[in-house]
Design a protein. Structure first.
Length: 76
């Protein structure tokens, strides 16, 4: 008998490039094509979250089908 706890349960994960704070007045004026600067550099790893908890770090890669994917570089 194998120990497969939770093996068939789906969870949602999200990857965050960076963060910033912006005033509501500025946010409502944002238009297509504008740039919002984040607190991360382009070479910084993404943080991967599940349930609001950081679980890993990774880097963006493009897969054969043209999808954007994440290569896990660190488990937190």
């Amino acid at each position: 008998m194998t120990n497969d706890i939770g093996g068939n349960i789906n969870i949602e994960i999200s990857a965050v490039l960076g963060k910033t704070k912006i005033r509501i007045g500025r946010l409502v004026k944002v238009r297509r094509g504008e740039i919002i600067e984040l607190d991360a550099r382009s070479c910084d790893p993404l943080t991967i979250y599940s349930g609001g908890i950081p679980i890993a770090k990774g880097e963006v890669i493009a897969t054969e089908g043209g999808n954007i994917s994440i290569r896990i570089t660190e488990i937190l």
